[in-house]
Design a protein around this ligand. Structure first.
Ligand SMILES: Nc1ncnc2c1ncn2[C@@H]1O[C@H](COP(=O)(O)OP(=O)(O)OP(=O)(O)O)[C@@H](O)[C@H]1O
Ligand SMILES: [Mg+2]
Length: 224
């Protein structure tokens, strides 16, 4: 069985007359160590698909499996454990907490990890080092640039060293040079064995992926 398996995923939001069908029927498989791009028009269902893969949005029907674990048959707490162990998530907007420093933001996923504050701080510094931001650890998010915020979000997603990194438009509002820096960073993580699934609108960014899943109107129209 493949590392990641999606079978006949359907996601509808709302109910009755107000039902929106975000994902109609999507199936695919991803092997461990792949770098996958997800592309498609605005509203096609990309973020919905990624949030299902992120174990945070139950599909209306269908199955989603990682490492032979049927993610949505897990109870809430088990699923939270699964998420912490397997997944790093970079959101479409950075979701950094403005009242915490860069290092404290990166330490957030470690809340339930059994380690001393000092050890957690060291893990955060290691992750920040990986994204080239070790010198900004004590700044507040309001005092760093957009590209740096993106890198903090990536550091936070990898601080647990998860085998899978899901990124929703990690280069959304960045200039070309910064975009390439972020993509090179993702590529570096991928060569170290991290499986990456990245939503992007950018053809330049998509070139870093080994395979593109193209979503249109809630369906997978291309897989290759
Ligand atoms: N929480 C929600 N409640 C109701 N409808 C939603 C919700 N989230 C998304 N949708 C709808 O589902 C469809 C798919 O949305 P989704 O966010 O997955 O698109 P997307 O491909 O990520 O778009 P974009 O490129 O603009 O980010 C859209 O029609 C959207 O309006
Ligand atoms: Mg989206």
């Amino acid at each position: 069985m493949s590392f990641i398996v999606a079978e006949n995923l359907v996601k509808q939001y709302g109910n009755g007359d107000a039902t929106v069908s975000a994902i109609s029927d999507i199936s695919f498989q991803i092997e461990s160590g792949e770098f996958i791009g997800i592309m498609g028009e605005s509203g096609a269902g990309k973020s919905t698909l990624l949030s299902i893969m992120g174990a945070m949005n139950a599909p209306t029907s269908g199955n989603f499996m990682v490492d032979e674990i049927d993610v949505y048959s897990l109870r809430q707490e088990q699923r939270a454990d699964f998420r912490r162990e397997f997944l790093g998530f970079v959101f479409q907007s950075f979701h950094l907490l403005s009242y915490l420093t860069v290092a404290e933001n990166v330490m957030l996923p470690l809340t339930t990890v059994k380690a001393s504050r000092k050890q957690k701080r060291a893990m955060a510094e290691e992750a920040l080092n990986n994204v080239g931001l070790n010198d900004k650890a004590n700044r507040l998010p309001s005092r760093i640039s957009g590209g740096e915020k993106e890198r903090v979000a990536i550091a936070r997603a990898i601080v647990n060293e998860p085998p899978v990194l899901l990124a929703d438009e990690p280069t959304g509002n960045l200039d070309n040079k910064t975009k390439h820096k972020i993509m090179e960073l993702l590529q570096k993580l991928n060569t170290r064995g991290v499986t990456i699934v990245m939503v992007t609108h950018s053809l330049q960014c998509a070139k870093y992926a080994q395979r593109i899943l193209y979503v249109s109107d809630g369906l997978l129209v291309e897989n290759g």
